[in-house]
Design a protein around this ligand. Structure first.
Ligand code: PLP
Length: 395
């Protein structure tokens, strides 16, 4: 690329500095690179920030979700309700346990589970519900909690995208039996790969710590730093190796120190996009709801030059892709918000699912459009994104 080309604008970029570089050297120097003191420090900072009583670091949000459903005793024959528009791993962890994911359509305004449709899906086999706080906007927790309580369901919050998201003054991930966060680089703070399980229950905390570590009765660090270190722990539970390394946690711990800066910058950029796009009537910007703080893991819009329906969605999808291709040609990356597992063949074929059952999830799958958002994104670049968007739609 020559100098005359405008700089590329990626969809996201981690916000790292010298502090992360220095931090990651520490475990390398001491030689303790597996789960150890930095994981402990990262967990502590995470608990302080989210006001969660317990935080347990894992290798990803998916593995935090897997530990959660295992702890809650999910078994073959059970059913779990989840939104039909979410990353596939929300459903996969239910499958891992041999249970059945029961998909619920979403509200097209919030892109989250439609609370009005949940109850009709509850059967005698339903044991739990996994609301997802998609892109950083909390699900309607008042409704979800009321339904969970009424039907004696457990609740695991998929808070993969919800770091820095609050609902009526409480941080996402602190409502359910557990909350599960992701630190993949598409998220506001990152450790490369990584996750966090939050819980307010002491027994869940202890069980989660054991299950992430092969079901061990004590950690490697405890064994190596205490008397009788030659004695192996006991392994009386069927556990997994879902331990975060200290290399990742050293980065995560510094990312926590930057959390306020990162989240404030995302808020500012969201406000700016809202304003710049306010007269683009063919695009719906993310909803702002009273008493919710949107974490803006992603700034996801809906491409809707016409009121979208199952009739016009495939045509509009082609048009949206043309717009995305035009932006890409200008060096601006955009992405579809996320996907709908119900149209992935594994789920569609196994459970005979068709888009007509989940019209809004299908429309969201086909028409969402995420715009670049990261701390380093300048105002000029944001302006350019919006200008090129306008040009792309006007042809
Ligand atoms: C809603 C949702 N759930 C779960 C995950 C899985 O997170 P991870 O990649 O950390 O396993 C993601 C990842 O993007 C997600 O968006």
């Amino acid at each position: 690329m020559t100098d005359s080309h405008p700089p590329l604008i990626p969809i996201t970029k981690p916000f790292f500095g010298d502090e992360e570089v220095d931090a990651v050297i520490e475990p390398l120097k001491t030689g303790w690179v597996v789960q150890g003191p930095f994981v402990k420090q990262f967990e502590k900072k995470f608990s302080t920030f989210t006001e969660s009583v317990f935080s347990i670091a894992t290798t990803s949000c998916t593995t935090a979700l897997h530990i959660s459903v295992a702890m809650l005793g999910l078994k073959p024959g059970d059913e779990v309700i989840l939104p039909a528009f979410t990353w596939v791993s929300t459903a996969n962890v239910i499958e891992y346990m041999g249970a059945r994911p029961v998909f619920c359509d979403i509200d097209l305004g919030t892109l989250n589970i439609d609370p009005d449709q949940i109850e009709s899906l509850v059967t005698a086999k339903t044991v739990g519900i996994i609301p997802v706080h998609l892109f950083g906007l909390c699900a309607d927790m008042t409704s979800v909690m009321r339904i969970a309580k009424k039907h004696h369901l457990w609740m695991v919050e998929d808070a993969a995208c919800a770091f820095g998201s609050w609902y009526y003054g409480k941080h996402a991930g602190t409502f359910g039996d557990t909350g599960c966060f992701s630190f993949h680089p598409r998220k506001s703070i990152t450790t490369g790969e990584g996750g966090m399980l939050t819980t307010q229950s002491d027994s869940m905390n202890q069980l989660a710590r054991s299950l992430r570590d092969h079901g061990a009765s004590r950690t490697d660090l405890e064994r190596h730093t205490s008397k009788y270190g030659f004695l192996l722990a006991e392994y009386n539970l069927l556990g997994y190796n879902y331990r975060m390394t200290d290399l990742q946690a050293a980065v995560g711990s510094v990312q926590m120190d930057r959390a306020v800066t990162i989240l404030e910058s995302r808020q500012q950029q969201a406000r700016r996009y809202d304003q710049l796009l306010s007269n683009y009537d063919w695009i719906m910007t993310p909803q702002m709801l009273e008493n919710y703080i949107h974490g803006y893991q992603s700034y996801v819009t809906l491409f809707c030059p016409e009121v979208p329906s199952l009739k016009n969605v495939d045509r509009l999808h082609v048009q949206r892709n043309d717009v995305m291709a035009d932006l890409e040609a200008q060096g601006i990356a955009t992405r579809q918000g996320t996907h709908s597992p119900v149209i992935q063949s594994y789920y569609a074929e196994k459970y005979c699912l068709v888009p007509e059952q989940f019209p809004n999830a299908y429309i969201a799958d086909r028409l969402t459009l995420a715009l670049p958002m990261y701390v380093q994104l300048t105002e000029e670049e944001q302006d350019r994104v919006c200008q090129e968007l306008r040009k792309a739609i006007n042809g």
